[in-house]
Design a protein around this ligand. Structure first.
Ligand code: GAR
Length: 205
């Protein structure tokens, strides 16, 4: 069974959805570790409620970037992690971690990449940008993580309609509902060893 670490900086609703998917048998994986860069992140609380080891690893309390990355890698090794799922994690993943977990780090982004992604595109800002552009559809992307923000190849994407009276909040809620389904589905594809990756080309067997 694949052993997954979830990285989260915020409320942790995606983490919660993954834990529920494991519990209900929709996701054949074990969530063995949750890491947050924010001590007060709701995600850490959720992890503890499920009895999952939850650690706060912050750059601010460590002397250098190197020490920060080492602390993360040590925790991942200690818990025998096979895959990492970023779920609202605000920090860029260092290339030393990407090398170690090549093609085994996923991120969920609340838009149809490559639109509305990149540095600073997080949470409600994304949905505001979708509405400002006048898009008729919005959506969600689960993608592999590479060295840049939101540029790795998609694994799964799903659309939702934009309604004429949407606010960033109502659109976010519609997208989040899909996030809570699609992330477990994407991880399940890895659990079943159905994902073939050749460069940017991802095919699902
Ligand atoms: C989610 O909507 C996720 O897609 C988004 O942050 C939210 C975290 O919510 N991530 C990004 O915007 C990444 N650029 P959660 O803490 O409730 O899972």
């Amino acid at each position: 069974m694949i052993r997954v670490a979830v990285f989260a900086s915020g409320g942790g609703s995606n983490l919660n959805a993954l834990l529920e998917a494991v519990q209900s048998g929709r996701l054949d994986a074990s969530i063995v570790l949750v890491i947050s860069n924010k001590a007060e992140a709701g995600a850490l609380q959720i992890a503890r409620e499920y009895g999952v080891p939850a650690v706060h690893i912050s750059q601010k309390s460590l002397p250098s970037d190197d020490e920060f990355n080492k602390a993360i890698l040590t925790a991942l090794k200690e818990h025998g992690v096979d895959m990492i799922a970023l779920a609202g994690y605000l920090k860029k993943i260092d290339s030393c971690i990407i090398r170690e977990y090549k093609n085994r780090i996923l991120n969920i982004h609340p838009a149809l990449l490559p639109s509305f992604g990149g540095k600073g595109m997080y949470g409600l800002k994304v949905h505001q940008a979708v509405l400002d552009y006048g898009c008729k559809v919005a959506g969600v992307t689960v993608h592999l993580v590479d060295e840049e923000y939101d540029t790795g190849p998609p694994i799964l994407q799903r659309c939702v309609p934009v309604e004429p009276d949407d606010t960033p909040e109502t659109l976010a809620a519609r997208v989040l509902e899909q996030e809570h389904k699609i992330y477990a589905e994407a991880l399940q594809l890895f659990a079943e060893n159905r994902v073939k990756i050749q460069g940017r080309k991802v095919s699902i067997k």
